[in-house]
Design a protein around this ligand. Structure first.
Ligand code: CTP
Ligand code: ZN
Length: 177
């Protein structure tokens, strides 16, 4: 590579070189908090309060591959966020749909051979079919074999309304089936 031109000013050059090296090292340290995965899925931009809901949705307790969970990280876009990296797993459409309900800003990255092959921005649907449990104990969906159905009134923060009993629910009431 390029050779140093000014031979007589080594002292100064040393200081400059040190400065240049320091910044990438710091960046590297930050990056290494959670290591990259070779194959699998990275779910990024998860609101911190949804971290373990995503863990439940994906049933990661029973996943035999690598699972890295980092929460309360600084995010440029959503304040604080969580990242979940799951080695050796690709998500089903149904899992992505469920994640969209608890983490409307999430990005699902599909990793192949260390590269991000696909980046999916999840989308909160207008109607949520058979994913969320109605919080009303007397709702027909809690008493008979009727799949739940909710209309999305507001996407962020999520507000939904039961098709059957008309109960409104906020994101704190949401329990994924
Ligand atoms: N990632 C990983 N393993 C890889 C490649 C990427 O764990 N082999 C992770 C990165 O650490 C990051 C996410 O997957 O958390 C998305 O990677 P990338 O698109 O490179 O990052 P950003 O540009 O920061 O993503 P965005 O624009 O969605 O914020
Ligand atoms: Zn109901």
């Amino acid at each position: 590579m390029a050779r140093r031109k000014k031979k007589g000013r080594r002292g100064k050059e040393k200081i400059r070189a040190k400065k240049v090296i320091q910044a990438p090292k710091e960046e590297l340290k930050r990056e290494l908090k959670i290591s990259a995965i070779d194959e699998g899925t990275v779910i990024d931009h998860i609101p911190t309060d949804a971290t373990f809901k995503v863990v439940d949705i994906l049933d990661l307790e029973n996943h035999s591959g690598i699972v890295s969970i980092a929460t309360n990280l600084q995010s440029k876009t959503i304040g604080r966020k969580a990242i979940i990296k799951v080695g050796g797993k690709s998500l089903t459409q149904s899992e992505v749909n469920k994640i969209a309900i608890v983490a409307p800003d999430a990005t699902v990255n599909i990793i192949k051979n260390y590269d991000v092959r696909e980046k999916i921005k999840v989308k909160t649907p207008d109607i949520i079919d058979n994913v969320v449990k109605c919080s009303n104990p007397v709702c027909i969906t809690n008493n008979e074999q009727v799949p739940t159905k909710f209309y999305v009134l507001k996407k962020d923060p999520l507000k939904i309304k039961c098709h059957y009993c008309e109960r409104s629910m906020g994101k704190e009431d949401i329990e994924i089936i």
